[in-house]
Write a protein that binds this ligand. Structure first.
Ligand SMILES: O=C(O)[C@H]1O[C@H](OP(=O)(O)OP(=O)(O)OC[C@H]2O[C@@H](n3ccc(=O)[nH]c3=O)[C@H](O)[C@@H]2O)[C@H](O)[C@@H](O)[C@@H]1O
Length: 364
């Protein structure tokens, strides 16, 4: 029977989905769902693996090249009969029989993705092509973790999924934001041309335990700096805004998207928005009382980490988006999803994880 295929606007064409391979058909006699997670040793990937492994019907295969990911993030699963870990770079083809592919592989911190921009764009373009080729061959459903960076320096605020973005095609961030835009294009081209079942999540800034301590992103930087008693580095101008989502909420959104019937793209993020100066000043001026609940929460928890920490301003890098806040109406209506974890609850979990790894216990 023909499968209905949407093209991202409202046009619907017909194209049969690829037949599952004989091996995969044979697997239907078993109850298990075999799931591939690319980038599964990374920050979000490893939390996703934890959640998928909780379901006893899932077998999980992780591939990672360990550029930013770490085996340590998966140590609780190594040796588990339903789990496999493969050192593999997605820019090389991969052949495994799976039912679903969560395609996360790509460095996500600006410091790391700008370190080797050619490799970053290869990961996004060739890596996504390889995973789509695999999805086509075995008839798997594939979810791409795209990014809020596809909106660039947005002129629409908050960002809705139908906004096409304002991206510099030749800037230092382009390897990542243009790379993810091409990855989205490839997803829809494979969907329209080959009937592949696709899902696209646009992830907004995410925080939580297992972020690389020197990852360079703002929440991990501020927490590590507060713990080490170093000044918080606010990058100029300081008026730029972001909205931060706790990793378990993110994982819940990704799984709902994979399991649901909508291709996306769908924004997944927390709409609580504040400026980077506000974020840092929460440590210094506890009683301003003028910010959002999220920010008040951040203030309370950063103060708990280090009430005496100093703030300095430092230069920014080019093309840093001036504002960012997701409109999550689609996620809410189509996936029944909204973020649940408040900064007040999420930051202490991250602090605990950072203190353990930095070996700096809380002062009594
Ligand atoms: O965390 C994420 O999920 C996102 O991280 C980056 O996006 P970006 O918003 O630039 O993340 P940060 O590097 O954390 O920067 C956020 C803001 O904080 C500022 N910042 C960063 C670090 C710092 O020490 N101080 C500081 O003020 C930056 O200038 C920027 O305006 C990636 O490009 C996104 O793809 C990814 O989704």
């Amino acid at each position: 029977m023909a499968n209905q295929v949407s093209n991202g606007s409202n046009h619907v064409s017909t194209k049969p989905p690829p037949e599952p391979s004989p091996l995969r058909k044979a697997k239907f006699f078993q109850a298990n769902m075999r799931i591939l997670v690319t980038g599964g040793a990374g920050f979000i990937g490893s939390h996703l693996v934890d959640k998928l492994m909780q379901n006893e019907k899932n077998e999980v295969i992780v591939v990672d090249n360990y550029f930013t990911g770490s085996k340590d993030n998966l140590k609780q699963w190594i040796g588990h009969p339903r789990f496999e870990l493969i050192r593999h770079d997605v820019t090389e083809p991969l052949l495994v029989e799976v039912d679903q592919i969560y395609h996360l592989a790509c460095p996500a911190s600006p410091i790391f993705y700008k370190y080797n921009p050619v490799k970053t764009i290869k990961t996004n373009v060739i890596g996504t092509l390889n995973m789509l080729g695999l999805a086509k061959r075995v008839g798997a459903r594939i979810l791409l973790t795209s990014t809020s960076e596809v909106y660039g320096d947005p002129l629409v605020h908050p960002q809705t999924e139908d906004y096409w973005g304002n991206v510099n095609p030749i800037g230092v961030r382009s390897c990542y934001d243009e790379g993810k835009r091409v990855a989205e294009t490839l997803m829809f081209d494979y969907h329209r041309q080959h009937g592949i079942e696709i899902r696209i999540a646009r992830i907004f800034n995410t925080y939580g335990p297992r972020m690389n301590i020197d990852d360079g992103r703002v929440v991990s930087n501020f927490i590590a700096q507060a713990i080490r008693d170093e000044p918080l580095t606010v990058q100029l101008p300081g008026t730029q805004t972001r909205s931060f989502c706790y990793v378990s909420d993110m994982v819940d959104g990704l799984i709902r998207l994979m399991e649901g019937n909508n291709t996306g793209p769908i924004n997944i993020g927390n709409p609580g928005e504040f400026t980077m100066t506000e974020l840092a000043e929460t440590v210094k001026e506890p009683d301003l009382g003028i910010f959002s609940t999220n920010l008040t929460d951040m203030k309370v928890v950063l103060q708990m980490i280090n009430p005496n920490v100093k703030i300095i301003t430092v230069d920014n890098t080019p093309d840093d988006p001036r504002q960012r806040k997701p409109n999550i109406t689609k996620a809410n209506e189509l996936l029944g999803w909204e973020p649940k974890i408040k900064l007040r609850d999420g930051i202490p979990l991250m602090e605990e994880d950072f203190r353990k790894r930095l070996e700096i216990p809380r002062k009594k």
